[in-house]
Design a protein. Structure first.
Length: 128
């Protein structure tokens, strides 16, 4: 039964990691028009927990790419040339990241469900 619990622990930790990734992607999308906002990324790391290898998120990192310069002389943050620093969020990248995280989440959910079904089937076989 330990293989089942290892599999469940791995898929559960991956579900948590992808959920955290989706939270950061949605935060980036919602702040795409916020002046001075920097895109946040979250790396994945492997760790040992109770003798099992699991996935966890690392420290949140800010994207170092330069923010866009927006021309709007009427904006309160505009400098003497009429420009202000926008965000460095690219919506196409965020949408692609969201899709990838969603598909990874779904794959791990299927793995969790299949492991649970196999465990239940094994228990039924042992009862007979």
């Amino acid at each position: 039964m330990s293989d089942f619990s290892h599999s469940l622990a791995a898929s559960t930790s991956a579900l948590r990691a992808q959920s955290a990734r989706l939270r950061h992607v949605s935060e980036n999308i919602s702040n795409a028009d916020t002046p001075g906002y920097r895109r946040k990324t979250v790396p994945f790391e492997t760790a040992q927990k109770d003798g099992r290898e699991v996935v966890q998120t690392g420290r949140v990192k800010l994207d170092r790419r330069d923010a866009s310069r927006v021309y709007d002389p009427g904006h309160p943050m505009a400098d003497e040339t009429g420009h202000y620093r926008g965000s460095n969020v690219d919506l196409m990248i965020e949408i692609a990241d969201a899709r990838e995280a969603q598909r990874s989440y779904e794959a791990n959910l299927k793995m969790f469900d299949q492991t649970r079904q196999m465990s239940s089937s094994l228990m039924e076989l042992l009862r007979k």
